[in-house]
Each structure stands twice: as C-alpha cells, then as structure tokens.
Design a protein around this ligand. Structure first.
Ligand code: AMP
Ligand code: DBH
Length: 564
C-alpha cells in the first residue's frame, strides 16, 4: 500500500459513506463537532493539569500515569512507531486486555493518524486473521499471554499469512516478536497528525453477517459522543471510573467510558477482571465513583454487594447496558450497591441513549433512555417503513451527529443497513414513550445478544457447515436467566454420517479459532428445519418450536418482532 493510499483510508467518504456537506456544516455550526483531535485533547489536558492521575493499572503492582506522563509516553511511542514506518492511515490491530499500555498505544496511534482496529481479548485466529487481511493491517499489538492463552503463537501464524503485517508488538515477553517496551522512544519527531474530520479508528460491530463489520469513527463525531455523555452522566475532573468491561468495547470506551473520563480530566482505574472479588477491593481502595456493567454482571454485583464486606460508599453511579436489563433486576441495583443507576442503550455505530439523573425512578428501571443529542433523529417504523405512533412497536432507525453513514468497505451491506437518506437501520425493535424515552422490545436482526456480547449466527453456521458430517445448521438464541440469551445450534447431520455428540460440535467450533463466547452453548440434532414458503430455513419457526430439552435450557427467547 502506498502512502497516498493509506492517507486516503483516513478520509471520510473514501472507504465508507460519510455525512453530506450540509449535515457536517450543521453539526459544526451547532457546536457538536468542536474541531478537536484525540492527540490534541490529551496534549491540552496534560498542559492544564499535568500532575493529575489519568490512569491507574492496579495489577500485578500498582502503576499510575499522570496526564503529563501519558502525553509524553504517547509522543515517544508515536515517534517509535513512525521510525518503524507506521504512518498516517495505516491500520493497526490492537488486542490488549485492560492494561495501561492499551491507552498509551491508542494515543500514540492517534498522534500519528494511524487507525487502531479494536479487537477483543477473546478473539482468536479466525477473527484476527480477518481483521488483518481485510484492513491490510501493518501491525498487530498483543499481550504475551492472557487468560491462559499465548497470543504470540497465534500472531506468528497470522503474520505468515498476511504479507502486509510487518510488525507484531508484544506487551511483556516478546518471544520471536518485538517488545513494545523496546520500540525506540526518542522524544519528538512525530509527523503531522490527523484532521478532526478524519477517521480516528475502526470499531467492531456485533454484526449479523458471516464476517464482522468495521465501523469508521472520526475524531469530531466520537468526541461529541464523549462530551455529550459526560454532561449527561456528570463526569468531571473528580470522576474515578473503573473500566470493568474490556476496554476495546464501545460502551466502556465512550459511554462515557475511559475516553470520556480522559476528556474531562478524571481518573481511570483499569480493572483486570470484572468479578466482584477483583472489582470490589478496587472500588474501596481507589474510591471509585462510576462504572459501567452489562446486565449479567450487574446481577452478580447486586447479589454480592450487600454481603461483600467492602466499602462501596464512594460509588455514585453505575451504568448498565449492552443488553436488555430486566425491570426486576434494575430495581434491586440501587439499594444493593448504594448508588444511582443509569440505563444505557448504545451501539458502536453511533446512537447512545441514557436515562437521566433527574428521571423519576420508574423511568430509570423501565426504559433505556433518551438519545444524547437533540439532533439525534429517531424514527420508529413498521415493516413497510411507515412511522408508527408513539407507544407502538417498530424498527428503530437513526441518523445524527455521531452515527455513521456506512460501514468501512462494505458497499453492498451498506445498501441494506442504511436507508437512502442515511438512517442507520439498528435492527432493534423499540417503543417510544410520551417523554421520548426508548424501550427496547426485541430485535429484527439475526443476532444473538449473549449478555452484551453479540454473536452473528451466520458466522458460526458457516463454521459448523464446514464439518464433514453436517448437512445443515441453524444457530438461534434461547432465553437464559443469567445471560438474557445464549446460543443454540440446531444441526442436521448427513444421512450417511456417524452420530456426533454435542460436545464434538462445540470442540469443532472452538478449534477453528473463534472467541469462546461464540461457541454454541447448546447443540441439538434435528432431522429437518421448519421450511418457509421459499424453502429457506425459518428462524422464526425454529424459535417457536425450540424444544430445547430440559437439560439444555429453557424455552426460546421472545426476541423476534414476529412474536409480539
Ligand atoms: P453493536 O452494534 O455491536 O455495538 O451492538 C449494539 C446493540 O446492542 C444494539 O443495537 C442493541 O441491539 C444492543 N443493546 C445495547 N444496549 C442495549 C440495552 N440497554 N438494551 C437492549 N439492547 C441493547
Ligand atoms: O452494546 C453496545 O454496543 C453499547 C452499549 C452501551 C454501546 O456501544 C454503547 C453503550 O456505547
């Protein structure tokens, strides 16, 4: 890839549709797009309050970064990356757990205008290979080992297959690769950074298709989602935020997330694991004021809070989102943790809704909130695309100052996921209350929401279909008391195939190298699927006939719009 091609990749409109000029002008005029870049914001905060603590990485020994240190380290690492030939518009797949280096690397890349591609720690060879090849990534950043998995071996295999991938940087023991700590860190010499309207990074979508979609976010638009969130959540320089969920997820990054907290000059504490045994001592010791959880975790925290013996009294606000939070569970959180609850319904594509601190308690436990911006356009439409009256169920479409107009290099898919006039088809079925609050009632998209982790059934179906004994497969959601939903694979074996055990199907998926949350929770062998008129597998039929045997779990989730 030439330098000119790389820089083109930064430019909105080149690899993905962007906001038409009249919208961009309107968003600037309204003050939403402030003309800031992430690299510039960190520089300003470091000048304004150099000695405040920006980051705490508590394990294995407590390390802290002041704003000045983070700024300087990002600068030096940027110079080091540049010296190794990483430049503007280059893609860098970043797969780190919640460690200080995550933030350092991200800001170093922001400084040189290279684009982080945010992989999750759980991703494995299939996903990483795809991110590297699809984006033409020049570098891949990993931990040496994490959660019992050696990322260096995977990286070596991925590098072999991807000629664009020139560098593997390792946090820790580098093995055959390059230690991040050894990247030259002479001060200065960073090339000109990106413009505010240019791309900042590629975020991942949970997706509905065989391969994940990449979400191009600009400095201008993402920054608005941060400071807009900060205003709603009351984030300021005194906020002490615990990053409990994987830092690469859009929710803990931006709603208001660790980036929002850095924008406001507060302190982030990086939590190495989300369980109460790890998190509660940190809440106590670091005087945490705010955090964000997915519903299953919120349940665990709610159970554990009152009996933990830890002093959680510093906690002021817990945000819960990523999947539907039941009213019953939501009611229990505030008394159990002694703090306020805010529900958040967001998406990496853009739109984020929050209940408000001055909402009445019933609204907080029964709705998923209001959009950040007065210029978030919300439509709730029926199957024919006609607006439904407030209170009625419909498909949520949205357009606004921080919602993308198209995925990255996905022209065909974009035609389906966006309307001609640029509304994103969220795939969510919602109801809008008289106050404008949205209630998530279901889903029209073919996706499984496993406690906030999104699974595209098609991706897993394709893997199972490649098993020599499998004739056909359909992966669907079933209700789960703890996770909300989990995954069930209906498998039709070939007539001449030896019988298979469910565990063999699960092992097959795991061995193909995908994130473990995508491995089907349940496998059921069937003779045939219900057919639709056109002879295609009917997922609706499957869900309603889902005779999951007792040992395999409860009846299927009422998640499809057809069931309302
Ligand atoms: P993604 O597009 O992968 O970022 O995932 C965003 C999706 O997660 C949304 O479109 C919803 O389907 C789901 N989601 C996020 N927050 C909530 C919530 N609070 N309640 C219900 N669903 C949610
Ligand atoms: O699920 C999500 O993707 C999500 C949830 C809450 C999100 O992206 C967000 C807030 O910003």
């Amino acid at each position: 890839m030439t330098a000119a091609e790389s820089v083109a990749a930064l430019t909105p409109g080149v690899d993905a549709p962007t906001w038409p000029a009249e919208f961009a002008e309107r968003y600037r005029a309204a003050g939403y797009w402030r003309g800031e870049t992430f690299g510039g914001v960190l520089r300003e905060r470091a000048a304004a309050h150099p000695d405040r603590i920006a980051l705490v990485d508590p394990a294995p020994e407590r390390r802290t970064w002041t704003y000045r240190e983070l700024d300087e380290r990002a600068d030096r690492l940027a110079a080091g990356f540049a010296a190794r030939g990483i430049g503007r518009g280059d893609r860098v797949v970043l797969q780190l757990p919640n460690v200080g280096e995550f933030v350092e690397v991200v800001f170093a890349l922001f400084r040189i205008g290279a684009l982080p591609v945010y992989a999750l720690p759980a991703h494995r060879e299939t996903e990483i290979d795809y991110f590297c090849s699809f984006t033409g990534a020049v570098a891949y950043v990993i931990p040496d080992r994490h959660a019992g998995f050696d990322h260096r071996e995977l990286a070596a295999r991925v590098k072999e297959r991807n000629p664009t991938l020139r560098h593997v940087f390792v946090v820790g023991d580098a093995g055959e690769h390059t230690a991040l700590a050894e990247v030259p860190r002479e001060p200065g010499g960073t090339p000109a950074g990106p413009e505010p309207h240019e791309l900042a990074f590629l975020q991942l979508s949970g997706g509905t298709t065989g391969v994940p979609k990449l979400i191009p976010r600009t400095h201008d638009d993402y920054m608005y989602s941060l400071w807009g969130s900060n205003e709603i959540c009351g984030v300021d320089g005194d906020t002490r935020f615990l990053v409990v969920l994987p830092a690469a997820h859009n929710f803990p990054m931006s709603s208001p997330g660790w980036l929002g907290v850095l924008y406001a000059g507060g302190t982030n504490v990086l939590c190495p694991a989300p369980d109460p045994e790890t998190a509660f001592p940190l809440v106590e010791r670091e005087r945490i004021t705010m955090t964000g959880l997915v519903p299953p975790l919120a349940l665990v925290w709610t159970e554990a809070g009152p009996k933990s013996g830890h002093d959680l009294s510093s906690l002021e606000l817990v945000l819960v989102g990523g999947a539907k939070y039941s009213e019953a569970a939501a009611r229990r959180l505030e008394p159990a943790l002694g703090c306020r609850l805010m529900q958040v319904f967001g998406m990496a594509e853009g739109l984020v809704n929050y209940t408000r601190l001055d909402d009445d308690p019933v609204t907080v436990v029964t709705t998923q909130g209001l959009p950040i911006s007065p210029d978030d356009e919300i439509r709730v439409v029926d199957d024919a695309g006609q607006d439904v009256a407030d209170g009625g169920f419909g498909h949520l479409l949205t357009r606004g100052p921080y919602t993308i107009r198209g995925y990255w290099r996905a022209d065909d898919h974009n035609k389906r996921s966006f309307t001609e006039d640029g509304f994103y088809r969220t795939g969510d079925i919602v109801r809008r209350t008289a106050t404008g609050h949205l209630v998530v009632e279901g889903r029209a998209k073919d996706q499984i929401n496993r406690g906030g982790e999104k699974i595209a059934p098609e991706e897993i179906e394709n893997i199972i279909l490649s098993h020599p004994s499998v004739h056909d497969v359909s992966v669907v959601a079933v209700a789960d008391e703890y996770l909300g939903e989990r995954s069930l694979a209906y498998v039709v074996l070939r007539a001449d195939a030896e019988p298979l055990k469910p565990v063999a199907v699960k092992r097959f998926v795991r061995e193909r190298g995908v994130a473990s949350y995508k491995v089907p929770d349940l496998v059921q062998f069937v003779d045939a699927f219900p057919q639709t008129g056109v002879g295609k597998v009917s997922k609706k039929g499957l869900r309603s006939s889902a005779a999951a045997p007792e040992q395999q779990g409860p009846r299927p989730a009422a998640v499809t719009p057809e069931q309302h």
